[in-house]
Write a protein that binds this ligand. Structure first.
Ligand SMILES: [Zn+2]
Length: 486
């Protein structure tokens, strides 16, 4: 890159990027490093919209080293095309970068068609190098991207996308309950609300991906149960910056989205839980995100990997948890990649990291670096081998024949009722928060002989949180083993 002072004619790099929020974040970082950049953004909005009057002058006096723009602007806007065809631009634009190039395939034919037309830039700048960048491209995608951009003799630079510090976890929830997704989503949020109360700004920065509708549900739920405690500090004036949670989705204005992005890249960010749709995926680069939760299943492994990859960008161990039910991955869900069904159902109990990397044509690197925190299944097998816990996570040890006496049934029932009350007391006295209903307890007591493992418990009652199943299993185990040893 040529420094600002050295000459009038300077190399210019054009970067095509999908989101304004992303562009703003990158420009801020580059400006801080002393790189002069600008974004070609429309004042009018439409294809004929204009740019700020001083843009061309700044461009021709060599004030820009990097120019960020949108695919829509780069491809369709007449004034943009005029700027690109200026002698100055033709002489000085040396590289055109297409960032998040997987959008060419994923969005190109769909709701962002202009990504698919970026190949025309190779004829606008015939002597510039074209660079396509993405963190998620299978071999097939790579071929399609280079073809689409008219790249001749491309030199691929490929690295294993493995994210060794993220532990992947998948939790199945029941397919049907009364209020369906809303109830289950609120149940999931109960412990998070509790965490916000006890830890306020020290709660791990968490992104919760869901549908647009559930973003609103989650936001309203936390507002409702937290009351005054939703702000930090509690006695602060109460604009949205002081709220401990936020939403990020496409119906919001660019300004709101940019605000969230600029906050979550700072360590002191007050907004600790972000409800987000897939709009909050690509390129959001905060070292402070520690936890990503998916409620529902992204349709492509590329999206899932992008979104879960928002965690752990500082290299510390972080977690990705995906909650799904059979409806989420049903045959009628349009565009759901088979690999996502495999990732959720995992019929061969394969390491989840392995499944992800296999999709991108890679393997888990270097055996020596392997740990047991790759995924929930690896953790399980570690525990079952080395740990002596009363509740065997691999379920293999708790296989004693549960011939349960009537006394024991009553003992178990009263303990379960106690567990229900105790959990609900912890969580705002909301019955959904224990994951246990009286009907569920009755049902379980009728089928105790089958309740030998976590999986069986999760199957037989409408609870879906593993720690609840563990508590129930522990109660059953304790009551039955006590009486038989007496
Ligand atoms: Zn694993």
């Amino acid at each position: 890159m040529v420094s600002k002072e050295s000459s009038k004619d300077k190399a210019i790099v054009i970067v095509v990027s999908p989101l304004n929020a992303l562009i703003d974040d990158q420009i801020n970082k580059l400006n801080a490093l002393g790189v002069c950049c600008a974004s070609l953004r429309l004042c009018g909005g439409e294809a004929d919209g204009r740019f700020e009057g001083s843009f061309q002058e700044n461009l021709q006096t060599g004030n820009f080293q990097l120019i960020f723009t949108h695919p829509d602007v780069a491809v369709n806007n007449r004034h943009c095309r005029e700027l690109f065809l200026l002698n100055y631009s033709q002489r000085n634009v040396v590289v055109v970068v297409v960032d998040e190039a997987h959008c060419i395939i994923e969005w190109g034919h769909d709701f962002r068609p202009d990504y698919g037309k970026l190949g025309t830039l190779s004829s606008v700048f015939p002597s510039a190098k074209i660079v396509a960048m993405t963190a998620t491209a299978t071999r097939e995608y790579q071929r399609a991207i280079t073809e689409n951009l008219n790249m001749k003799n491309p030199s691929p630079v490929i690295a294993n996308p493995d994210r060794a510090n993220i532990c992947y976890e998948v939790i199945q929830r029941p397919s049907y309950v009364k209020q369906g997704n809303v109830d289950q989503f609120e149940e999931l949020l109960c412990p998070i609300a509790e965490e916000i109360i006890t830890t306020t700004v020290r709660i791990p920065l968490t992104i919760i991906y869901s549908s647009l509708e559930l973003c609103g549900v989650g936001f309203a739920f936390l507002e409702r149960v937290l009351g005054d405690k939703q702000f930090y500090p509690m006695d602060a004036p109460k604009p949205h910056q002081n709220r401990l949670f936020a939403q990020f989705h496409s119906p919001q204005t660019d300004k709101m989205k940019s605000e969230i992005i600029s906050r979550i890249v700072t360590e002191s960010c007050t907004q600790r839980v972000i409800f987000a749709t897939l709009a909050f995926g690509m390129g959001i680069d905060s070292p402070y995100v520690e936890r990503v939760i998916h409620f529902g299943v992204p349709r492509t492994m590329e999206s899932f990997f992008q979104e879960s990859g928002r965690a752990g960008r500082d290299g510390r161990p972080d977690k990705s948890t995906l909650y799904f039910n059979n409806n989420d991955i049903g045959a009628n869900v349009e565009g759901m990649q088979p690999i996502m069904r495999e990732y959720c159902k995992n019929p061969k109990s394969e390491c989840r990291r392995k499944i992800i990397l296999k999709h991108f044509g890679f393997r888990i690197p270097n055996v020596q670096e392997q740990s047991n925190s790759f995924c929930d299944l690896c953790e399980k097998s570690c525990l079952s081998e080395f740990c002596d816990d009363t509740v065997d996570p691999d379920h293999s040890k708790v296989t004693a024949n549960l011939a349960v006496s009537e006394n024991q049934v009553q003992g178990i029932k009263s303990k379960l009722i106690g567990l229900k009350a105790e959990t609900e007391a912890n969580y705002f006295h909301l019955s959904m928060c224990s994951g246990l209903t009286m009907e569920g307890i009755d049902e379980l007591c009728l089928t105790l002989s089958k309740a030998k493992t976590l999986d069986k418990i999760l199957e037989s009652v409408q609870i879906w949180r593993k720690e609840h199943a563990e508590q129930i299993l522990k109660i059953i185990h304790n009551v039955t083993s006590r009486e038989s040893s007496e």
